[in-house]
Design a protein around this ligand. Structure first.
Ligand code: YSA
Length: 341
């Protein structure tokens, strides 16, 4: 019986060396150690042996089984390694792909584009300008001379206040009104999207870095009715016809008359809440008829040309559109918030 066991061991070992695929290795395992395998048969027949042989044969058969199992494992690993080392099998094309996380546009960028598209459809051209501005364009050319109290309306972050040409981070996009008019003759119809900076105590509706979109239309015969019509049309396109819009008198030194435009608060429906400072309205833009001094400053004759201008806060509009109750969410870089857009 021991001889028979040794023959089984020798033939199994020899056969194993010639096998180089996993399916054949499994067939080999079944042939020797499966339910009807050669070695299994020997182990099953142990009970028929005389008691004095049973122990020695049993122990030898178990040793051979352990040995063959170890050799099988080694051979399986060698076959797998050889497959990985070369050829097409190195890549398992059946594995599911790794998900690619797609980038997206920031909600502010999306809104800037949406607003610019709405005005483009009304005949406005999109232009851009510098974020580092001179005192002249940010204030003086807009009819806000040095030491004028209106400068307090724009909490300014100065870059260099004491130079011959004082520079600052623009507090609004209005300086671009002047830059555009200096370079063109009427008719002018532009919108100017861009980042603005203010030395703000931030709260639910105020950030120190935020986006505005400036609008400017100058031509012969432009009236306040054109301003109202354009801004109503814009609000209707963006918010739907059912939203309420309010104009109130406001003061900006570069317009006469000046207004601000508000939309009814989406949170309280106009009743008053924290977001709208209990007024029921959220202001989204300032506007007015371009002041004759500004027109004169760029060489336009205010007796011939008139115009309207406006400046709107992009984040405030986003807040209105999506029911966001705090402007600070936009730049806190929390992906859980940003991925919703
Ligand atoms: C007025 C008349 C014109 O003919 C042209 C433009 C203007 C707007 C003017 N340049 C201006 O900046 N007015 S404003 O200070 O009232 O700001 C305009 C809009 O920007 C506000 O209605 C608001 O929506 C937004 N805004 C202002 N400060 C902000 C802000 N948004 C976020 N954070 C702030 N700190």
């Amino acid at each position: 019986m021991l001889d028979e066991l040794n023959k089984i061991k020798d033939s199994a070992t020899l056969e194993l060396q010639g096998i180089s695929d996993l399916k054949a290795l499994d067939d080999w395992r079944v042939a020797y150690m499966g339910r009807k395998g050669k070695l299994t048969q020997v182990l099953r027949g142990l009970s028929d042996l005389p008691i004095d042989q049973r122990k020695a044969v049993g122990s030898a058969a178990n040793d051979i089984k352990t040995l063959l199992e170890a050799e099988l494992k080694g051979r399986q690993q060698a076959v797998k390694d050889a497959k990985l080392a070369g050829g097409l099998d190195a890549i398992d094309v059946t594995l599911p792909g790794r998900p690619v996380s797609l980038g997206r546009l920031h909600p502010t960028t999306q809104m800037v584009r949406e607003i610019c598209d709405a005005f483009s459809a009304m005949g406005f051209e999109v232009v851009e300008g510098p974020e580092v501005e001179s005192d002249y364009y940010n204030f003086e050319a807009l009819n806000i001379p040095k030491d004028h109290p209106a400068r307090d309306m724009w909490d300014t972050i100065w870059i260099n206040r004491d130079q011959t040409i004082p520079t600052l981070l623009r507090t609004h996009t209005s300086p671009m009104q002047v830059r555009v008019m200096e370079q063109r003759q009427p008719p002018v119809r532009v919108v100017v999207p861009g980042r603005c900076y203010r030395y703000e105590a931030t709260d639910a509706t105020h950030e120190s870095v935020f986006f505005q979109i400036e609008g400017l239309a100058v031509d012969k015969g432009i009236t306040f009715a054109d301003l109202k019509g354009s801004l109503f049309e814009f609000a209707k396109r963006l918010f739907g016809a059912e939203r309420k819009v309010r104009f109130r008198c406001d003061y900006f030194p570069f317009v006469e008359p000046g207004v601000d435009m508000s939309i009814d608060c989406f949170v309280c429906g106009g009743k008053g809440c924290r977001l709208c400072s209990n007024t029921g309205w959220i202001e989204i833009l300032g506007a007015g008829m371009v002041h004759p001094n500004v027109l004169k400053g760029v060489g336009y004759d205010p007796e011939v040309y008139t115009g309207f201008a406006f400046g709107l806060g992009v984040e405030r509009i986003l807040m209105l559109k999506h029911g966001i109750d705090d402007i600070r969410h936009f730049y806190a870089n929390d992906l859980r918030f940003l991925k919703q857009f």
